[in-house]
Design a protein around this ligand. Structure first.
Ligand code: ATP
Ligand code: MG
Length: 281
């Protein structure tokens, strides 16, 4: 099992990665430290999963990457983030979007009072600075035929899964190089989760879009990811290839709910548990 230190070694091996996050520290409201020296990398063309329990700092990591911390009185106090070879700190969020960094936020923020198509029109203007042409939406509708069927309907009346599709569709408008996805499975039925993740894998395979995928649903994320990181309390505690993490007995028991009681416990509990097991054996 690799440590947070190993992540750094992996990161230098991934030189030229589309995204490199090196030892970042993030503080909210000048006092609450949420990220404590977090490092990760997303190699070009790969899907990387960032896993961990509630409050570990996954969404904060994504907000730090795409420049949204200032909106929440958060501050990147140490470390560096490089997207496509250039440091991100001097670039406002909208400029990063134009350089090909898309963010699908937690809770699928769509404009509920606009139709599906109007949501895509708004995204075209916001992301590209130009008016939408009907063909702009062909690629989105090809991945999500259901959105085409509902294009004249209000986004607020879409099901949770369809709103997630629209949120991902809006990100695709900018033809991103990297998409940050925050819990696309949240609140969806297992069938819809499978449908959305199949499309995520297709977008990656067919368009070469790299992805950083934040999930609490570790098994579904590792099924599509190439590499995975597990974080606890603002740090990476385990990393490895998705196959290795999915097969690791500790990860299976503590993050995939397979093996023990099935309830998810933290990595700290895992260490206590391993110690206890040693004493008992
Ligand atoms: N805007 C904010 N101001 C102050 N504290 C915040 C803010 N946003 C998040 N936090 C705190 O930072 C910690 C990490 O939050 P974050 O949302 O990054 O976790 P997460 O891993 O995404 O959790 P979840 O799985 O529940 O979405 C939490 O303790 C949270 O309360
Ligand atoms: Mg979150």
């Amino acid at each position: 099992m690799a440590s947070g230190g190993r992540a750094l070694t992996d990161m230098s091996a991934a030189a030229g990665a589309i995204l490199e996050v090196n030892n970042i520290e993030v503080v909210y409201n000048k006092v609450v430290q949420v990220l404590r020296g977090l490092s990760l990398a997303v190699p070009r063309g790969q899907i990387v999963a960032l896993l961990g329990s509630n409050g570990a700092g996954k969404s904060t990591t994504l907000k730090a990457i795409c420049g949204l911390l200032p909106m929440e009185d958060g501050e990147l106090q140490a470390g560096q983030i490089r997207f496509d070879g250039a440091a991100t700190d001097a670039q406002p969020a909208h400029q990063l979007v134009r350089r090909g960094l898309a963010h699908v936020m937690e809770g699928r923020r769509v404009f509920e009072d606009l139709t599906v198509e109007e949501n895509l029109v708004a995204a075209t203007y916001a992301l590209t600075g130009r008016k939408a042409a009907p063909k702009d939406f062909d690629a989105v509708y090809a991945y999500f035929p259901r959105l085409h069927e509902r294009r004249k309907g209000l986004a607020g009346y879409l099901s949770g899964g369809e709103q997630q599709m629209l949120a991902i569709g809006r990100a695709l408008i900018a033809e991103p190089q990297l998409i940050l996805l925050d819990e696309p499975s949240l609140g969806l039925s297992p069938m819809l989760v499978e449908e959305i993740f199949t499309i995520i894998a297709r977008i990656n395979a067919e368009r070469g879009v790299s992805m950083l995928l934040v999930e609490q649903n570790a098994s579904v994320a590792l099924a599509v990811a190439d590499f995975g990181y597990i974080m606890e309390s603002g740090r990476i505690v385990i990393d490895g290839s998705a196959e290795r993490l999915a097969a690791d007995p500790d990860v299976r028991e503590f993050y995939l709910g397979v093996g023990g009681s099935g309830e998810s416990r933290s990595f700290k509990d895992l260490k206590h548990y391993k110690r206890r097991k040693r004493w008992l054996s």
